[in-house]
Design a binder for this molecule. Structure first.
Ligand code: CA
Length: 253
């Protein structure tokens, strides 16, 4: 259930086949509210497909702009800022590749009607973030859009609370400016708590997010690591036990 929760900047992607339906994906996105709204440009000349994509991505809360040819896309990209482009390759006027070259590095998912390997490879070689071969399931597109947004999203580089500082790039924790030695799992658990601060997380969720789905140990592992973090970082007050559920890092921002 934690495919879109974010243990790390890039998160972990559950196989899309593990979702029962697209509403489960939407539910997951809304449930946590971790997904920020994105500005998405849809470039697709087939009206019905373009509209279907818009409707589905709008459901997840994103703002979509639709264009139906390459030249209009390029004009919009020159003036506007988009977080992601869903870009068809076969387009009237300029094709998808030509649009991509003028996209100023905007994250892009290519749509291709062709299933030939060369097309996919060309897109990826040019630096596209992903591609989908038509016909595709909306569920698959939605999942990939979220994955790319997660990957490319600018995430906070550090977190400070009182005399505690966590450097997400260096994976280091400081107390009063001094590094506190943490095991990799202690660090990961802390990062998960910080990134999901003020949200109650069940022991099972924490176990999935930090130790992974295939971890054999029980939820007691979580309790032990929480105790260590509380003690090491003087977070006895801030890491709250949520009765019969799990834990929450309480931060007043
Ligand atoms: Ca087309």
């Amino acid at each position: 259930m934690d495919a879109f929760l974010c243990p790390h900047p890039y998160g972990r992607m559950k196989s899309i086949l593990q979702f029962r339906n697209i509403f489960e994906v939407y539910f997951l996105l809304f449930e946590k509210g971790v997904q920020e709204l994105a500005e998405i440009l849809i470039v697709e000349d087939e009206l019905s497909i373009n509209e279907l994509i818009r409707r589905n991505l709008s459901l997840t809360g994103h703002h979509c702009t639709q264009v139906f040819d390459g030249l209009s896309a390029v004009k919009l990209l020159e003036n506007g800022k988009f977080d992601l482009i869903v870009l068809d390759i076969m387009l009237p006027g300029l094709d998808g590749y030509q649009v991509f070259e003028r996209a100023f590095g905007t994250p892009t998912i290519f749509l291709t009607a062709k299933s030939e390997l060369t097309d996919k490879l060309k897109g990826l070689a040019m630096g596209a973030d992903d591609y989908l071969t038509k016909p595709f399931q909306m569920l698959e597109l939605a999942a990939r859009v979220e994955a790319v947004l997660r990957r490319t999203k600018k995430v906070e580089a550090e977190f400070t609370m009182g005399n505690l500082k966590c450097d997400f790039n260096r994976h280091q924790v400081f107390l009063n400016g001094t590094v506190v030695e943490c095991t990799p799992k202690e660090y990961e658990l802390l990062e998960v708590l910080i990134r999901n601060r003020n949200i109650a997380l069940s022991r099972e969720k924490l176990l999935d997010m930090v130790w992974g789905y295939d971890f054999d140990g029980g939820t007691r592992t979580v309790d032990v690591h929480i105790q260590r973090l509380r003690h090491k970082l003087h977070l006895e007050e801030q890491i709250r036990t949520v009765y019969k559920l799990g834990y929450r890092l309480e931060v007043h921002e």
